[in-house]
Design a protein around this ligand. Sequence first.
Ligand SMILES: NC(=O)C1=CN([C@@H]2O[C@H](COP(=O)(O)OP(=O)(O)OC[C@H]3O[C@@H](n4cnc5c(N)ncnc54)[C@H](O)[C@@H]3O)[C@@H](O)[C@H]2O)[C@H](O)CC1
Ligand SMILES: [K+]
Length: 493
Amino acid sequence: MTVIPHLLSPDEMAHADRLTVESGVPILQLMETAGNAVATAVIDQFGWGRPVSVLAGPGNNGGDAFVAARLLRERGCDVEIFAGTTDRYTGAAAASAQAWGSDVRLLRDFRTGPDTLIVDGLFGAGLSRPVDGEFARTVEIANASRAPILAIDIPSGIDGNTGEIRGAAMRAALTVTFFRPKPGHLLLPGRAHCGEIRIADIGISSDVLARIEPTTFANEPALWHARLLAPSDTHHKYDRGHTVVLSGGASHGGAARLSAMAALRGGAGLVTVASPASGLLVNATHLDAIMLKRCDEEGDLRALAEDRRLNAYVLGPGFGVGEKARASAGVILKAGRALVLDADGLTSFQDVQRALFEREGAGPLVLTPHDGEFARLFPDLAGLPSKLDRARLASRRADAIVVLKGGDTVIAAPDGRAAINENGSPALATAGTGDVLTGLIAAQLANGVPAFEAACAAVWIHACAASGFGTGLIAEDLPRLVPRVLATLHQER
Ligand SMILES: NC(=O)C1=CN([C@@H]2O[C@H](COP(=O)(O)OP(=O)(O)OC[C@H]3O[C@@H](n4cnc5c(N)ncnc54)[C@H](O)[C@@H]3O)[C@@H](O)[C@H]2O)[C@H](O)CC1
Ligand SMILES: [K+]
């Protein structure tokens, strides 16, 4: 059975917690199971040999820390626990603190060295303001010690909703979280502070998800795999759809060619580059399996857009900024065709966003901005602290799928769904990889995959193709790495 890769906001996690308690599981049992998962991870990962310093904050994350400390001591570890000067535990955390039953040292006395293992139970889902004072000092000492840090639930100081650092944040080697990951585990910089992430089952039934109805997901194949067009013996190329990429002039066709090649390798049955007369010769020299069509006037494009055999269009890479791009996008959208708008195509609407957002025609639209392009199109949203909010609000406003790119690309749909990509590769930080992504999205659209799933699949495939590479991988290399990724995906069906 496919497990949907849900992510839960801290509020949704608290809801899951409440529903579980209402169903008869005591909160103390949840805390005991959480603390046990932490103690088990300490021993699995780091063995018995190291002294363990457990840091307990004022809430239930601290409660988990007390349970873990007690269970580690019972299993023969050398454990000390440190807590704040003013901490007054309540509820399950008070019971767990009491069950520890030994000395509690003060955080202000916390010192450590690289041979210790630090268990970070300062703050979890309840972080409500920036970490400061003695807590910030504790974080700084822990990070500077070079001792490995195991974070309970999330590294203290990372916001579970946004992945932001609030004040100061632990840099963990391992994070043990409960039931489902949170957006802050996948969004940067949070992701970089988590180290390896383990998800522990603490006895919350997945049945609660039907009540919570989460709309945020990790961008994993389970989210879209079933929607992909599977290879079939009976398919001919027309069943796989036809992608059209609009090219710039003679010296600006490279980006469109990268996109076109990615569309073909990404599984479109046919791909055409629509080129102005000035670009025909250069494009013809570089293209073989990809067809070429002259497209100078708006009338040429209208004829293309009205041809129902052509399924998905790419406009933007190397196209040039201005009226021609706006008019071309208008023609494609008015004809109800699927469009991926990128680069110059996005920038062309920077002073006339409404012309794009309040468009005629109901064809699917996918916008693929990086942060700079996003700020030009959505200046009032660009400063919002949450990348999920930025992408979601923009998607709703534009009534389009928004792919907000970066090391933690977020894909958002107007119906509120959003996916955070988690297989991003630093190898993609090089010129032209965005053009390749537009082609991969258009290939999925041409295959008939719904726009949100098409964008999610393409983002994942793009990153997977680059995995294992570092600097030196260039955009031209990427399309030929895609078929292997597709083969693996289809084998897993
Ligand atoms: N959700 C579950 O099923 C379970 C979660 N567990 C663990 O509980 C924490 C969440 O607990 P909560 O008490 O809500 O939050 P915290 O422990 O993170 O801390 C809240 C506490 O801290 C104060 N506070 C917040 N920010 C600051 C700050 N910057 N400086 C000082 N003080 C701050 C706030 O006022 C509260 O008093 C979850 O992460 C899990 O680890 C359960 O153990 C099991 C079930
Ligand atoms: K923590």
